[in-house]
Design a protein around this ligand. Structure first.
Ligand code: AMP
Length: 283
């Protein structure tokens, strides 16, 4: 694996590859890597001659400065995991490399209702920050395929919209990879590192409640199941941001079941300081 910190050096290397007609597969991350991230690398390795992983904790997407400060950094372990996964390139830039003109937004991305529902409602500005960094990273890496995790369901939709907005829909294929889970079902997340032992045991309630809804949605109403989920999560010690069921294709929130469309349940909740999200397709 080759580690690049400077855009110019990465460009020189990528340009040489692209002359051989190899557009890279790209896995953008914020580091503190786990098996979920590595599954994206593995998927990219299967489909591309060159796989680029980026590690950059993007300040512009944190609506809560405390969350940014406390975001875990485990670069040595990350390098070890990436080497082990046979990743070709790690791009690990400084904030100055990504934002040479400072952290000022270049433009506003018109994300429509994706910006105001679910994560958009509870993390104002978050998706503008995501778009800002992904736009810049795509400009730098110029991938043919982009690997994203279903774990961040709404983010996948936002990035698909971004790619449309920046006119790269025909150039970049998005590959959405399934959520990897711990043996007890908890979705793997870098933020799990911040959970104390007792909190770690309690947070499995999210997965359990999602599974229960998936098993019983045909026999109960949406209101009943949302209330049941709320009770389960509050009992486990969560403070809930949202529990919603939505059209999986556009994230329109649903009050009534509609079997003719794909439906997804999405949850965001705090276990004390740590905010966790998860989702599950229901049909
Ligand atoms: P992050 O570093 O957390 O921003 O995540 C980088 C990429 O890895 C995003 O596309 C995430 O959706 C994806 N990812 C994070 N956790 C998981 C997981 N448990 N399973 C699969 N992909 C994941």
């Amino acid at each position: 694996m080759i580690l690049f910190k400077k855009v110019t050096n990465l460009h020189k290397w990528l340009d040489a590859q692209q002359q051989k007609d190899h557009l890279p597969g790209f896995v953008p991350t914020m580091g503190a890597l786990h098996a979920g991230h590595i599954s994206l690398i593995e998927m990219s390795k299967k489909e591309n001659t060159v796989t680029v992983c980026s590690i950059f904790v993007n300040p512009t997407q944190f609506n809560d400065p405390k969350d940014f400060e406390k975001y875990p950094h485990t670069i040595e372990k990350d390098i070890y995991l990436l080497e082990h996964a046979d990743c070709d390139i790690l791009f690990h830039p400084s904030a100055h490399e990504i934002y040479p003109a400072g952290l000022i937004p270049k433009r506003h991305y018109d994300l429509g209702s994706l910006e105001t529902v679910l994560e958009g409602e509870f993390r104002p500005g978050h998706f503008q920050g995501v778009c800002m960094v992904v736009d810049r990273l795509l400009e730098i890496v110029k991938p043919g395929r982009l690997y994203l995790g279903q774990k961040d369901y709404q983010q996948c939709m936002v990035i698909a919209k971004l790619i449309e907005l920046i006119g790269k829909k025909d150039l970049i294929k998005i590959v959405i990879c399934p959520t990897l889970r711990e043996p007890d079902g908890l979705a793997m997340s870098s933020r799990n590192l911040r959970l104390r032992k007792d909190e770690r045991l309690a947070v499995v309630a999210i997965y359990k409640s999602l599974c229960l809804v998936k098993e019983t949605w045909q026999i109960k109403s949406i209101a009943q199941l949302k209330q049941q989920t709320r009770s389960m999560l509050e009992e486990a010690g969560f403070k809930i941001d949202y529990i919603e069921i939505a059209n999986a294709a556009n994230l329109t929130l649903l009050n009534e079941w509609d079997e003719n469309q794909k439906m997804v349940m999405l949850v965001a909740a705090f276990m004390n300081e740590v905010r966790l999200i998860d989702n599950m397709l229901l049909n």
